[in-house]
Design a protein. Sequence first.
Length: 185
Amino acid sequence: MIEVEVKVRAGHSKVRPILKKMGAVKLGVERQSDIYFAAPHRDFAKTDEALRIRSLDGQAVLTYKGPKLDGVSKSREEFETPVDEAATIQILHALGFSEAGLVRKHREIFSAGDIIICLDSIESLGEFLEVEIVADNEKDLETSRAKLFELLKQFGAGEKDSIRTSYLEMILGKSNHQETGKNSN
């Protein structure tokens, strides 16, 4: 499965009326807590991969995300499986993996046909709009991506607004920037 995803900054108070007008169906609200892991055998930041455990409503899912497949979106191959969070953390630690960071997210999920629209509020980062669609293979990547950018036009966003940086990278970058600022004072 290839998750074709585009993320932009967007104030939710401006986005909600557009969702209503377009007839998007609200699927639910989630509070997610994502623990990301660093591998002992390679640098995921350099290989553009991610390994995380997402906790949601007492359930946990282990997710591996492969490298991004293009230069304008966050499209990538993704594999997921339900896990026992505590046991999986112990296994990963025993294998030499370490915790790289934590992302806390409040997410409202909507559906517009085969497109999932998420309003994300990220602790310490602010509000974002993510749109995603699942493609069966890389041949469908370009068509799927074009469909997402077409939808984003309704929100006043385009390809130039696409953010490829992950929430974790943004949080870590903000932390490093704050630490650098503290050290230089």
